[in-house]
Write a protein that binds this ligand. Sequence first.
Ligand SMILES: [Zn+2]
Length: 106
Amino acid sequence: MTGKRPCRNKENTMRKMNVECIICKKEMYRRPFEIKQARYFACLEHREIAKGMFPITDKQKQSLVLGRGRSDNGLTGTTKSEKTKKQISDSHKKYHEENPDFALMR
Ligand SMILES: [Zn+2]
């Protein structure tokens, strides 16, 4: 007798699934703050498809322009010239001034 409880062990190996892919309904785990921010969930395979199904909001569009969409999609990871970097950081500042809430969320 080891005293090991199988059911406890099971809880440890299986993270509770709290969302599902909108395409294939595969269950996934997302952290609560991610759930709050996201409007839908998709597995890695269907992420691109899901994006096409849900047009991005103006706020997200703005984020992409500012180079903030990288965590969302790897497509914006293009190399930027120094000049562009400066332009981006300028618009970043402006954006933060206009959106204090957004800055607080970081
Ligand atoms: Zn899927």
